[in-house]
Write a protein that binds this ligand. Structure first.
Ligand SMILES: Nc1ncnc2c1ncn2[C@@H]1O[C@H](COP(=O)(O)OP(=O)(O)OP(=O)(O)O)[C@@H](O)[C@H]1O
Length: 357
């Protein structure tokens, strides 16, 4: 079979959130006609298994070009390790670290971090989440794991809690919430460093770190101490939150950490009875901040009672209603984040996890 027309068609396929097509990006591994089926295998260096649905839209055309009766796609995810943005020493086994921050408290940063982590897992990645929010470590509750505790069999390292298919550790597991909330910068960042490096994460493609809200010393020290690949800023559309989101972007830029984008939470309210959408906190703010500061607006989430209810019940929306429009919004954000990291980053060798005994 002459592969060239198929390759040429694939080379014209570029999902909106990819910076390159699969052929010029080097993702195409095999292309062959097996009896009357066209077999195409791709290896993606970032989590995006949902891309198969878009690829399938090419099936008819590819069958016509090749004479095949069906197309069999094989998509394997082998996440690349990308260069870290700072000098902090990497964590063996952890390929990429995504810091989730917000300039202001209560905007839904932890909700976003947890749903993002679950969405990355649904896109085919091995994922962990580290709750570094000293002011309100809420991840254990959100994952329905508040009774769980990381265990240690050697007194030096601990195994993370596993919930909803991801690994998790939290400052909340280790100290009382009231104790952590009064910590000053050095104590909080020391605790973060310890929990990051003493957890046996194993091999992870992405570790999502939920930072404490704000742009003060604690956040700055933490951002520098974690071997971060890129950061996200969560905001709501109110002017006060947006002003703080801008401070967040500046904070990361000051320490050389790329801002992967802004996520606008509680963007609008959709009436559950009639479907009418209302922008309770103003409109277009997230986009304005993103445009002015030259970062992508990665997505907008509605103010929706289900998001809150699912969190309180310990099963975040991405897992509670995986086919719903909210889960789809998080999956879309996760795909953009993963692709954005890869296409703007520089691949470096992966260091695999080995447990020292
Ligand atoms: N889009 C949303 N729709 C409805 N409720 C939401 C939404 N996002 C978050 N919430 C709810 O708002 C509350 C605060 O969310 P969350 O804890 O994620 O905020 P945060 O920014 O991490 O807060 P903190 O700054 O205290 O860490 C939670 O009860 C959560 O369930």
């Amino acid at each position: 079979m002459n592969n060239e027309p198929i390759k040429a068609r694939l080379a014209r396929f570029r999902p909106l959130h990819w910076a390159q097509d699969p052929v010029s990006a080097g993702f195409l591994r095999e292309l062959k006609l097996n009896r009357d089926a066209l077999e195409i295998s791709l290896v993606l260096p970032f989590a995006d298994s949902a891309i198969e649905d878009s690829l399938k839209t090419l099936d008819l055309e590819l069958c016509q070009l090749s004479g095949a009766r069906a197309v069999h796609w094989q998509i394997r995810i082998d996440v690349a390790t990308l260069a870290r943005a700072n000098e902090a020493q990497g964590v063996a086994g952890v390929r990429n670290i995504i810091a989730v921050s917000s300039g202001k408290g209560g905007v839904g940063k932890s909700t976003t971090a947890v749903n993002l982590a679950l969405a990355l897992r649904r896109l085919g990645a091995r994922v962990g989440i580290l709750d570094a929010d000293v002011y309100g470590p809420s991840i254990p509750l959100m994952l329905g794991a508040s009774e769980a505790r990381p265990e240690s069999d050697d007194g030096q390292t601990m195994s993370p809690v596993e919930a909803h298919g991801i690994k998790a550790n939290s400052i909340g597991f280790l100290v009382g919430a009231d104790d952590a909330a009064i910590w000053r910068g050095p104590m909080a960042s020391k605790a973060l460093s310890q929990i990051l490096r003493e957890t046996r994460w194993g091999d992870l493609d992405y570790l999502v770190v939920d930072l404490p809200p704000g742009t003060g010393d604690i956040q700055l020290t933490m951002a520098q101490q974690v071997p971060t690949t890129g950061a996200l800023v969560v905001t709501t559309p109110q002017n006060v939150a947006l002003a703080d989101a801008v401070k967040g972007i500046s904070m990361f830029r000051k320490v050389g950490i790329p801002v992967l984008g802004v996520i606008e939470n509680m963007s609008y309210h959709q009436c559950s009875a009639c479907g009418h959408q209302e922008a309770l906190f103003g409109e277009g703010g997230g986009l304005r901040v993103a445009t002015e500061h030259q970062v992508p607006l990665l997505g907008q989430l509605p103010l929706d009672v289900n998001i809150c209810r699912h969190m309180d019940s310990g099963t975040p929306t991405v897992d509670a209603l995986p086919e719903g429009h909210i889960a789809k919004a998080y999956l879309d954000i996760a795909a953009r984040v993963a692709a954005g990291l890869y296409f703007t980053g520089k691949t470096i060798p992966t260091s695999l996890y080995t447990r020292l005994v």
